[in-house]
Design a protein around this ligand. Structure first.
Ligand code: FAD
Ligand code: NAD
Length: 367
């Protein structure tokens, strides 16, 4: 009986192979795809179970098995970008020969549309929390030692806590520990630490409980989601970022990546909407960055300013945008990123369309 597949002809399922030396087990998958990188591979080793998710375009290839023998927790991942060969190297705990890799677990060796893969969680540890403003803090979580996971720029994860017997899940966008970029240094790729900038709402379901966690406490973190692609920044000449409140969070890594890696970029302009001066996240860092980096400009707009505020006021509007989100060169390659409360984002998209930006030139962050 022939197997029915809903995959396009080109997207035939990959397969894997494994081999061993006295001390190592190597699992190899040939994805035959270009543009594979370390972000495309998520590996977890928890309680004897080994799980690897290889993201190939909008599909996931899953390896999920209860290993036949114990391994050490530091797992190495290699990705050959030209051929799409993925190598996962496990270190044996005991130098004995394995007869088989392991017992397959649910959906082992399956290739499914990424949206059907479901979220997988691993337990992270709260490492630190630092005040950013009166209601917003920077939290650092550490991944467990058996996890290899890098959150791509512009993507978010879900955090999960159990509060009074009920699981509560909310999305959050990782940021950097600061905006102090050393423009010479590439972003360190192997990071065990993930930073979140989170605003605490006293009557909120998730955030007040998250803020009560003690250093060393655990919180579950999902694999990354989101539809922003780094390639949207490639060869860009002008980048406009429109952020409101914590809608600033996706802009942090985008800003850093664009200024560090996109050589064609002439201008990055951030328009940051907040209620009051006290609500502006990383104001000093943004001002210092604007002083140091000629291509970067920031403007703060307050919706509830005090009488002393001499800067721009109000909510997102055509007069505010038309002066700021403006090509400085005719037909330049631009991208406008927008994130904030839903009504802010929706209104922003309408205004940008009125200003003749095309759909491809606008990226909005939503769930
Ligand atoms: P909620 O229970 O959702 O309540 C939030 C506020 O609304 C409270 O003040 C509450 O009293 C009020 N409220 C709730 N229900 C009602 C109602 N029916 N009528 C009137 N008021 C109501 N947030 C960040 O801080 N940092 C991030 O990096 C971040 N990233 C995100 C990424 C994505 C993709 C998305 C979609 C959201 C992101 N958020 C982020 C927002 C985050 O997911 C939560 O929505 C936020 O933290 C509030 O969660 P909560 O459960 O504490 O509050
Ligand atoms: P806030 O209430 O402090 O408001 C910040 C600014 O947003 C205001 O000063 C105003 O200029 C603008 N604003 C608020 N309500 C508006 C409305 N109805 N119409 C037009 N403009 C409006 O913001 P906050 O409490 O920091 O909330 C940030 C929001 O961003 C949350 O809703 C959060 O879910 C969302 N967010 C989304 C993502 C994502 O990726 N989708 C990421 C981070 C945050």
């Amino acid at each position: 009986k022939s197997q029915v597949s809903d995959l396009p002809a080109k997207e035939i399922s990959p397969s894997y192979d494994w081999f061993q030396t006295e001390s190592l087990v190597t699992i190899v998958t040939y994805t035959k795809q270009k543009d594979m990188d370390l972000e495309s591979v998520i590996v977890d080793y928890q309680d004897g179970s080994f799980r690897a998710e290889i993201i190939i375009k909008d599909h996931s290839y899953l390896l999920y098995t209860e290993l036949s023998h114990e391994i050490q927790e530091d797992i190495t991942v290699h990705v050959a970008e030209k051929t799409g060969k993925v190598e996962i190297v496990l270190k044996k705990k005991d130098n004995i020969s394995w007869k088989y890799l392991g017992h397959p677990l649910e959906n082992h060796n399956s290739f499914t549309a990424h949206r059907d893969t479901g979220l997988y969680y691993r337990k992270c540890q709260l490492i630190s929390k630092v005040d950013v403003t009166h209601d917003t803090k920077l939290y650092c979580l550490m991944l467990p030692p058996g996890t290899h996971l890098q959150v791509p720029i512009g993507q978010h994860v879900y955090l999960k806590q159990t509060v009074a017997g009920t699981e509560i899940v909310k999305p959050y966008t990782p940021v950097l520990d600061s905006l102090y970029l050393d423009l010479q240094e590439p972003i360190h790729p192997h990071n065990k630490y993930i930073y979140f900038m989170m605003k605490i709402y006293h009557t909120g379901l998730f955030t007040p409980h998250f803020d009560c966690l003690q250093i060393g406490d655990g919180v579950s973190l999902s694999s990354p989601e989101g539809n922003f692609k780094k390639s949207q920044l490639q060869e860009l000449e002008e980048l406009f970022l429109l952020a409101a409140g914590t809608g600033f969070t996706p802009m942090v890594k985008i800003l850093n990546y664009a200024l560090t890696n996109i050589t064609s970029l002439r201008k990055v302009k951030l328009m940051f909407f907040n209620k009051t001066e006290g609500d502006i996240l990383w104001r000093n860092q943004l001002e210092q960055l604007a002083d140091k980096e000629k291509r970067f400009e920031v403007e703060f707009i307050l919706s509830e300013p005090t009488s002393e505020w001499t800067g721009k006021q109000g909510r997102i509007s055509l007069p505010l945008l038309s002066g700021f989100v403006k090509r400085s060169i005719e037909n330049s390659r631009v991208l406008v990123c927008i994130c904030g409360p839903e009504p802010f984002t929706e209104q922003g998209i309408r205004l940008l369309k009125d200003l003749n930006f095309s759909k491809e030139e606008i990226h909005s962050f939503t769930e």
